[in-house]
Design a protein around this ligand. Structure first.
Ligand code: PXL
Length: 279
């Protein structure tokens, strides 16, 4: 069985980060070890959330695993609570990776043109160093603009997105941009491989609703797909389809946007994809 380590926070309420990565990877038949970066009462979109930063625990956990000769097929980082934590995560990658460990980074720090509340404007400079360790980098459009010092555009055209992907590939050899849409009917993702120079895009239906935590679901699904032996491109297509499935399951509830998508209802769909992949 493949084993990945997921480095991100536990938001106790609001379906995101570890509380979605764990079930998604479990359904995909992948063991998910965790290095929690912080414990928050809720994700940071709720007002007055509490946060206990766990920066001091990250390296001790990694050193203990190293002493136990733990083998990791992948290490994936997501939401990090502070600049100091970005440096600790770089050291965790260096300590725990072996030659065939895939490093995936979701620079979960911004959306809809803005940094998340807790971060100061210089945070992307710190996050860039984490991204530079990645084999696969998975930002959304806002994060991609911040990482490449590109002014944010709400409705980018294809040439803008291609140029953004190319700039991102200065940080990591394979990049996947999420939340790509060139018209009102379709939404998906676009990738670029620096070594082959190939772009790939995959779209599905665009549902006119926005939910918190969908990026975390997308990243966990891409990682799960790759651990199942699929290519990055196939894993990305699966992640687009699964994220849409989660959104479809959620649309009926008008109060859902802060509580994250009702991915629990879509997990059986994801499990069925494993069966067809095995056949
Ligand atoms: O979904 C990204 C995310 C993860 N963790 C926390 C967040 C967010 C986005 O706001 O606040 C704590």
């Amino acid at each position: 069985m493949k084993r990945v380590a997921s480095i991100q926070d536990i938001s106790c309420l609001g379906r995101c980060s570890l509380t979605v990565a764990l079930p998604v990877l479990a359904v995909m038949g992948v063991e998910c070890a965790v290095i929690p970066t912080a414990v928050l009462s809720t994700h940071t979109i709720f007002p007055d959330f509490t946060c206990r930063d766990l920066t001091d625990e990250l390296l001790p956990i990694a050193r203990h695993w190293k002493s136990q000769k733990v083998k990791l097929d992948a290490i994936c980082s997501g939401y990090l609570a502070s600049p100091a934590q970005t440096e600790a995560v770089c050291r965790v990658f260096d300590l725990l990776r072996s030659e065939d460990t895939l490093i995936a980074v979701d620079p979960a720090m911004a959306d809809h043109g803005r940094l998340y509340k807790p971060f100061s404007p210089d945070f992307p400079q710190y996050m860039k160093k984490v991204c530079a360790r990645a084999d696969v980098l998975l930002p959304n459009l806002t994060e991609a603009c911040l990482l490449t010092d590109t002014p944010y555009r709400e409705s980018p055209d294809e040439s803008f997105v291609r140029e953004l992907l190319r700039k991102l590939s200065d940080l990591a050899p394979r990049v996947v941009l999420t939340g790509v849409s060139f018209d009102s009917a379709r939404l998906g993702a676009m990738s670029y491989d620096r070594d082959t120079g190939l772009y790939y895009s995959y779209f599905n239906e665009k549902v006119p609703a926005s939910f918190h935590g969908t990026g975390d679901i997308f990243t966990a699904t891409v990682l799960g797909g790759m651990m199942q032996g699929s290519t990055l491109e196939r894993s990305m297509a699966l992640a687009v389809d699964f994220t849409l499935e989660c959104i479809r399951c959620t649309c009926a509830d008008p109060a859902a946007s802060w509580y994250g998508v009702e991915f629990e209802k879509a997990l059986p769909w994801l499990a069925r994809q494993n069966e067809s992949a095995e056949r």
